[in-house]
Design a protein around this ligand. Sequence first.
Ligand code: TRP
Length: 349
Amino acid sequence: MANEGSFEASQKRSDEIRADLTAHPEKYTMLTGDRPTGRLHLGHYFGTLKGRVELQNMGARTNVLIADYQVITDRDTTDQIQDNVYNMVMDYLACGIDPEKTMIYTHSAVPACNQLMLPFLSLVTEAELQRNPTVKAEMEASGHELTGLLLTYPVHQACDILFCKGNVVPVGRDQLPHIELTRTIARRFNNRYGQVFPEVDALLSDTPLLPGLDGRKMSKSYGNAISISMTAEETAKRIKKSQTDSERMITFDPENRPGVSGLISTAAICTGRNEVEIAEEIGMGGSGALKKYVTEAVNEYFAPIRERRAQYENDFDYVKDVLHEGNKRANEIANQTLAEVQEAMGMVY
Ligand code: TRP
């Protein structure tokens, strides 16, 4: 599916859309989302949240999904789900997602969206589902068996995207097979029953992936991520504990010095400065001076975001209202789309 050729084609489409977005934001409906498995971190913020806020403020229609049903694709519990969902709403609001402009909702609260799953499942073959490389990788990483839901969750993502007629989906390269499948489903539905769904394109991020503090992939389970919701003190503590190396002279060298370089990248993205310049400035200051600089950079950047977050923590009723309103709106849209689907399929009685 996502071979080199199709990656290049996706990149080209993504660049064209980016160029067109500023001129014609009204042509675009964005849908993207997160699984509520924990707090959002700096990787989410710089990798996608910031971009969502930009699209929102440009005037595109923006929809942000809290993909609660997707949590059980590879986990056996929903213990923390309510807490995670409300905290995710707070992270969004603190980062500048404006519920007046962006619909925030959970897909479990939108039955008509989930009902699209039935016709959509009929449009894909088992072989197509089985060869999705992202599903395979996720199954291996989770150590979980391939459940029916894990196998078919890319179809569920197509429901998420298509119920609101989303036509741009900001994703990383690893999610391209899912976008491809969504395109296939929309095309097959339209061919078989008549035109209902739009052509969907990926909006590929132009910022490089931010590594964790230790230079490895940023992940909650590695303890190398700074959450948006952390206090300045918790941030300082996490950075202090982060592994560097014994060489005093600070240089930016991700290959050979992952720990030092992960810290430098974090400072660079928060200050907008160049990595090599930061490394040279710290020089013989060693990892102590580097960690102090990174801590200040992160805490300074996130101070206003965290201040706003604290206000939402004290106004929990408002946070719930935002989600209830979003869910209400999502139901209206989903009911409308489902009615069109049933009409196209002749299931009108
Ligand atoms: N799979 C995404 C994640 O792992 C969440 C998600 C669910 C999503 N449905 C989507 C993203 C539709 C984009 C489009 O975080």
